[in-house]
Ligand binder design. Structure first.
Ligand code: AMP
Length: 280
């Protein structure tokens, strides 16, 4: 496995692999890798001939400066983890390599970017689109792998690929959880032991809610989830919405003919955690 920091090295290697006839699989990450990320790498290894992982904490997608400063960074540890996977190339650029000049592009994703995360993290998805489109341009992957943990982000990426007609296939990968159910996240390592113990209440409540749809309306269930999580003194729900998985607009009734996903963001002290679950 090679680790490169510069675009010209990245592209020289990738040109060679394409000449060998290998398809390129790409997993963009912000590092602080865990098994959720590694599941994407594994999928990429199964579906493509040469796997590239990028590690770049993208400043343009952080609307909260404290969150950017706190974000965990340990490149050596990430590289060590990736060594035992099917990743063949790590691209770990500095910021000026990705943004030699400020990226002023404004994307428009309509309601997809206005709901949920979009409401509470203004500019976040524009930053995500900036970095992912830039990375796609540099890597030119055949397939790129994203986690359903970031459900809205996946919808935005799919829309970006559709709108810009990018020649890449987006592969959605399921949420990987800790053994107690908490969705794996780089931010989990910022939780204190007490916070970590209580954070499990988020996924536990979502699992319980998924079993309650026959007895309650959508509105009642949304209230129940929010109240139940907020009963825990360590947790403060920012939003919980049950949405149409394609439009991301709120669902009013279980009878609506769409796939329904409950998406949640919860503050645990200063750390903001997200999760989601399908309601079937
Ligand atoms: P991040 O480094 O947090 O930007 O995440 C990089 C990629 O890993 C994104 O596509 C995420 O959706 C995905 N990811 C993060 N956590 C998980 C998880 N627990 N399960 C599956 N995919 C994940």
């Amino acid at each position: 496995m090679q680790v490169v920091k510069h675009i010209n090295d990245l592209q020289t290697i990738l040109d060679g692999k394409r000449e060998e006839g290998l398809s390129i699989g790409f997993v963009p990450t912000m590092g602080a890798l865990h098994n959720g990320h590694l599941s994407l790498v594994e999928q990429a290894g199964q579906q493509t001939g040469f796997v590239v992982v990028s590690i770049f904490v993208n400043p343009t997608q952080f609307n909260d400066k404290g969150d950017l400063e706190r974000y965990p960074r340990d490149l050596q540890k990430d590289v060590d983890l990736l060594t035992s996977t099917c990743c063949q190339l790590v691209f770990a650029p500095e910021s000026d390599e990705i943004y030699p000049e400020p990226d002023t592009r404004q994307f428009n994703f309509g309601t997809l970017e206005q709901v949920m995360e979009g409401k509470f993290r203004p500019g976040h998805f524009n930053g995500v689109a900036q970095v992912v489109s830039r990375l796609f341009d540099l890597v030119q992957p055949d397939k790129a792998f994203f986690g359903q943990k970031d459900f809205q982000q996946l919808a935005i990426i799919n829309e970006m690929v559709r709108k810009l007609k990018l020649p890449v296939e987006i592969i959605a990968c399921p949420i990987i959880r800790e053994s107690d159910g908490l969705a794996m996240s780089s931010r989990n390592m910022l939780l204190s032991p007490e916070q970590r113990k209580n954070a499990v209440h988020i996924s536990a409540t979502l699992f319980e809610a998924a079993n309650k749809i026959s007895g309650s309306s959508v509105e009642e269930l949304c209230k129940w989830v929010t109240n139940r999580i907020n009963e825990n003194e360590y947790l403060d729900t920012e939003y919980f919405e049950i949405v149409d998985s394609v439009t991301l607009l709120p669902v009013n009734s279980w009878d609506e003919p769409c796939v329904k996903v409950g998406c949640i963001a919860v503050h645990c002290g200063k750390i903001r955690l997200i999760d989601n679950i399908e309601f079937k």
